[in-house]
Design a protein around this ligand. Structure first.
Ligand code: 3PG
Length: 390
């Protein structure tokens, strides 16, 4: 299915008031942005609009304030980082009068308003007021039908930004007609958050590997002791259903065969590697084991396309508990750099693990999306994209 997105004619935007939705949902600690990837990825659209003389108000969200103003989730640190003026109230349009061609401002967290996540029509109208057109570059939140992603697109002439288009083109190109064998690797905490995408991948891929706490739930569904670890006992039936879908579609389905365990769920815990049948009730699984990583790397070395979302352990704790994630990241990167693999990675923690392994530059495509990346793979479209298709 080829998806055509409406794109703006940059020659026609001089002097126009543009409402630009981006995803700047970044981690900020003590006013410092920890990872500017999402901001950098939206710069092509921002720069094109500025160079074309548009008057741009950027709209974004940060965290989940639930419709109330929460100072700790202010976007002000992002405007400081970008060195652009900050507008403290998205609905007070007085700032527009002072804008000149090529000016860019960043508006406060749109989720401070209750109407945003409800996609309230009145709120969308108030947000859109005064603007000539809407450009959506926020792929990472395109799975949320909100006022600033879907509502305003129905009110103003609406177009896809450069990042949104790039994400859709790259993910579609790789997933719709993958060079086979296609290997999908899914880690992370919860099966319950990835049921849809796991089912889709079991139909689409030649091999699916599950790991991390998700892997522990699948291991448990097959009779293994999860120890004193994170897993979802109520997902056993779903896990079996997913494995049945894989079997019915001739998809090889692989789960962890050993684990890195500690006595406590702590960064400083001493690591011991155990096979599944050695795990006792007091063991805390914090990473997949080295034999699992070896097996995963063998699969990567047989694949021609790899899609990866979700780490296998606490990669954010560094080398000890990130071992299996970093080894997989390096294997994917090496084979991609050798020209033998097309690789696509999405999800904040996964991209962070790829970064920590120092190999982001070798991955074919790194998505800014987490939930949106998974839902786009599952469904082939998203609500905020749907409203921009021709
Ligand atoms: C993300 O960070 O994945 C997006 O910004 C969506 O955030 P949300 O899950 O809070 O809607």
């Amino acid at each position: 299915m080829e998806m055509k997105l409406r794109s703006v004619d940059y020659n026609s935007v001089r002097g126009k008031y543009v409402l630009l939705r981006v995803d700047f949902n970044v981690q900020i600690e003590n006013g410092k942005i920890l990872d500017t990837f999402r901001i950098e990825q939206s710069m092509p659209t921002i720069n094109k609009l500025r160079d074309a003389g548009a008057r741009v108000a950027i709209c974004a969200h940060l965290g989940r304030p639930g419709g109330v103003a929460s100072p700790e989730l202010s976007l002000r640190p992002v405007s400081d980082y970008m060195k652009i003026p900050f507008v403290a109230d998205c609905l007070d349009k007085k700032f527009m009068a002072g804008m000149r061609d090529g000016d860019i401002v960043l508006m406060e967290n749109v989720r401070f308003y209750a109407g945003e996540e409800k996609n309230d029509a009145e709120f969308a109208g108030a947000l859109a007021r005064g603007f000539d057109l809407f450009i959506n570059d926020a792929f990472a939140v395109a799975h949320r039908a909100a006022a600033s992603t879907v509502g305003v697109a129905k009110i103003l002439p609406a177009f896809a930004g450069e990042l949104l288009r790039t994400e859709v083109e790259n993910i579609s190109r790789i997933m719709e007609n993958p060079k086979r064998p296609l290997l999908a690797i899914v880690g992370g905490a919860k099966v319950s958050g990835k049921i849809g995408v796991l089912k889709t991948l079991c139909k689409l891929a030649d091999t699916v590997i599950v790991g991390g706490a998700i892997g522990t739930t699948f291991n448990y569904a097959c009779g293994a002791n999860p120890g004193n670890s994170l897993y979802e006992p109520d997902m056993v039936a779903t896990a079996r259903e997913i494995m049945d879908i894989a079997a019915a579609n001739n998809c090889k389905f692989l789960m962890p065969i050993d684990k890195g365990v500690g006595a406590k769920f702590e960064k400083t815990a001493k690591r011991e590697n155990k096979s599944l049948d050695e795990i006792t009730d007091v063991d805390v699984i914090i990473d997949d084991g080295p034999k699992t990583a070896d097996r995963n790397i063998d699969e990567i070395n047989r694949a021609t396309t790899v899609v990866w979302n979700g780490t296998f352990g606490m990669a954010e704790w560094g080398a000890v508990w990130g071992e299996s994630s970093f080894r997989v990241a390096r294997a994917i990167a090496e084979r991609t750099a050798a020209g033998k693999l097309v690789s696509i990675v999405g999800g904040g923690e996964t991209v962070a693990a790829v970064d920590a392994a120092g190999v982001r530059g070798d991955i074919t495509y790194v998505s800014t999306g987490g939930g949106a990346f998974l839902e786009f793979i599952e469904k082939g479209t998203l609500p905020a994209i749907e409203v921009l298709t021709i």
